[in-house]
Design a protein around this ligand. Structure first.
Ligand SMILES: Nc1ncnc2c1ncn2[C@@H]1O[C@H](COP(=O)(O)OP(=O)(O)OP(=O)(O)O)[C@@H](O)[C@H]1O
Ligand SMILES: [Mg+2]
Length: 236
């Protein structure tokens, strides 16, 4: 469903070229729960952002359900980000002046959904993460774990097929982190949502169907050009 072929992403800094990703190939199945681990600076966030259409590779192909992201128009790409992907970030990225309910409604603000339906859907998403009694609280009036649950509800608002979570438990204590992971895991099992989680936490990675380690911009232990998840298949 998600196919990365020889993805390279470089940054130029002071005449030096940094390979954030160096020819990464990876395939991720529909409904799979994939954990991405690796040292700081190894390229994990870069990889997630490229899959999510937030960043573009210098070379290589990202194909999601037959859609070549590099060949996709800006309009279609923002629709891809908005409809197909739900993002969850380490620092929650909630609007501080909006209530939980308003934050969750945001991704549907520019959709064709009627305001009343939008509200109903947002309430349903908040209920799904156990926050029906905190809908009118602002982020500053919520605990860290509750804030992250709001951001998961927001990610669910447009019924995404893929959730990309970059260190979703990174700012939470271990008990709250486990609750968030249990929630994401349950979503992944109950629906067909593909779950891609970046984590430093072995207890999080342990829950995944598959774990890949990124090191120096590539998948550790794989020769260039091999597709992780399809051992033995050589890129043509
Ligand atoms: N905007 C940028 N300009 C220059 N270099 C960058 C930029 N963004 C990332 N990099 C470099 O690309 C490499 C990969 O960064 P990335 O954020 O993907 O790492 P990461 O694995 O997510 O690290 P962490 O675990 O600390 O979040 C790093 O060496 C980083 O310094
Ligand atoms: Mg990162």
């Amino acid at each position: 469903m998600i196919e990365l072929k020889n993805i390279t992403r470089t940054y130029s800094l002071g005449g030096e070229t940094i390979y954030a990703l160096n020819s990464v190939s990876l395939s991720i199945k529909e409904g799979e729960f994939l954990a991405i681990v690796g040292p700081s600076g190894s390229g994990k966030t870069t990889l997630a952002n490229i899959i999510g259409g937030l960043d573009e590779a210098d070379s290589g192909d990202v194909i999601v359900d037959n859609m070549h992201l590099a060949k996709t128009s800006d309009n279609d790409l923002s629709e891809y980000r908005n409809k197909k992907i739900g993002f969850v970030f380490q620092s929650f990225n909630l609007q501080p002046t909006f209530t939980a309910l308003e934050n969750v409604m945001l991704p549907a603000l520019f959709s064709k959904m009627k305001p009343a339906d939008r509200k109903e859907k947002a309430e349903k998403c908040l209920k799904a993460v156990g926050l029906e009694d905190r809908m009118n609280h602002k982020p500053s009036e919520l605990s860290g774990g509750q804030r992250q649950r709001v951001s998961i509800a927001r990610a669910l608002m447009n019924d995404p097929e893929i959730i990309i979570a970059d260190e979703p438990t990174g700012n939470l204590d271990s008990k709250k982190g486990q609750e968030i992971m249990a929630l994401l895991r349950e979503l992944n099992k109950r629906t067909d949502i593909t779950l891609i989680i970046i984590t430093h936490d072995p207890n999080v990675a342990r829950l995944a169907d598959r774990v890949i380690a990124i090191q120096d911009g590539n998948i550790a232990g794989l020769p260039h050009g091999r597709i992780a998840g399809s051992p033995g298949r050589q890129m043509g």
